[in-house]
Design a protein around this ligand. Structure first.
Ligand code: SF4
Length: 397
């Protein structure tokens, strides 16, 4: 009873506890970029498409709903990431269906971050309005470069002007955060000399910074097997800059972004304070997530699962539960991608192991070689090892 002698109202039910993340893979693009090995197909509306299904987008969406129905009971993610592919390449109606579906199942209070990846050439005020209404908080735009020649060589569909327009549209739509992807390490015949190549990277960084993004990702061009760039390389064409120049480009970007207030928080990622990508931080700290769609991966309850990269339907390609020590080593390496690395306590909390028990000898050796910075209570990569992190990680898994 309350002070008025009336029964106290029943308190509203507590919102379901949220944890982990949701990834949704949208496997369609307008067309394939020259370097891309992600699983995606040209949209059926594109003349390059050869889709056996009359409506592959509808078939894919039915698959997403089916897979979502099989998600663990009570799954309520704290973060959502819709990637691909190019989610914003979906036709308006299909894109709206996807947003509504995610919002109705997993939106609302407690969802701390919802990212959608977008190609600047596929954004529209209408798509952004839909995203804002659904609760999207963050747009990740694949800018890659601000040089028309580089964008053409990479096979991108957009122009530098469309990147600028896209950022302005995101801001106008009231979506709180915008991230830009940049690519470096390509070879340009027009800027083959090292100083010209570095000038081009500097120009890209400055053009990106002029747009004041909340977050920047900078990826080195990798020539993936089976891509058009791989074919060019096999034919004797130079497509990537030499590794020494790629490293200088990376160092240039790091210095440029740091000088402008962006914290280098992961090997390829930079953010204004508080604007780190929470969803990706889950991946780097051994967190749990469910992936929906072809080629999507999940990590839930200690089990890893991967889907087949197939359309119009997909199945589970593998399911595995790593032995705890192996899983902990994997978490160690993933966490070292963050420039803060691990504290010993945080690693123990995350995995139940002490990293010195797991890999004490290797850590001591790598620290002696100057590749790791180790204190009694913490461990992190030395900045000089960022660009060669794979060789360090190979010692620790
Ligand atoms: S837009 Fe992205 S996912 Fe699509 S082909 Fe280009 S790089 Fe690959």
């Amino acid at each position: 009873m309350n002070v008025h002698g009336q029964p106290s109202p029943t308190p509203p039910p507590a919102p379901p506890p949220r944890s982990g993340g949701l990834y949704v893979h949208v496997p369609f693009c307008v067309r394939k970029c020259a370097y891309c090995a992600f699983f995606s197909r040209p949209l059926p509306s594109c003349p390059a498409a050869a889709a056996p299904d009359p409506d592959p987008v509808a078939a894919w969406f039915r698959g997403i709903v089916r897979e979502a129905d099989g998600a663990p009971a009570g799954f309520m993610p704290a973060t959502v990431f819709v990637g691909g592919g190019t989610p914003t390449a979906l036709p308006d109606a299909a894109f709206a269906h996807l947003l509504d579906f995610i919002s109705s199942r997993w939106g609302g209070a407690g969802l701390v971050e919802w990212t959608v990846e977008a190609n600047p050439g596929t954004l529209s005020p209408e798509k952004l309005r839909r995203m804002r209404a659904a609760g999207v908080t963050r747009l990740s735009l694949g800018a890659q470069s601000f040089s028309p020649g580089t964008l053409a060589a990479l096979g991108r569909i957009h122009t530098p002007g469309q990147v600028r327009d896209a950022v302005a549209m995101v801001r106008d739509a009231g979506i709180p955060e915008v991230s830009l992807d940049l690519m470096y390490g390509w070879h340009s015949p027009a800027a083959a000399a090292p100083h010209a190549a570095l000038d081009a990277v500097r120009a890209d960084a400055d053009a990106a910074l002029a747009l004041a993004p909340d977050h920047l990702s900078a990826y080195c061009l990798e020539i993936e097997p089976g891509t058009p760039l791989d074919a060019l390389r096999a034919a004797g064409r130079r497509v990537a800059a030499p590794p020494s120049l790629q490293r200088r480009a990376y160092d240039l970007l790091r210095a440029r972004l740091a000088a402008t207030g962006y914290r280098h928080y992961e090997l390829s990622n930079f953010a204004l304070p508080g604007r780190e990508c929470r969803h990706n931080l889950l991946y780097w700290t051994g967190g749990a997530y469910i992936g929906l769609g072809p080629a999507a991966h999940s990590h839930w309850d200690g089990e890893r699962r991967g889907n087949t990269p197939t359309l119009p339907t997909w199945t589970v390609e593998f399911r595995e539960t790593l032995p705890p020590r192996l899983k902990a080593c994997e978490t160690l390496v993933m966490g070292l991608r963050r420039t803060d690395g691990w504290t010993r306590d945080a690693f123990r909390d995350a995995t139940g192991f002490d990293y010195l028990d797991l890999r004490g000898a290797e850590i001591a050796r790598l620290a002696a070689e100057g590749l790791l910075l180790s204190t009694p209570g913490s461990i992190r990569l030395a900045p000089s090892a960022y660009f060669v992190s794979d060789t360090v990680f190979a010692e620790l898994v």
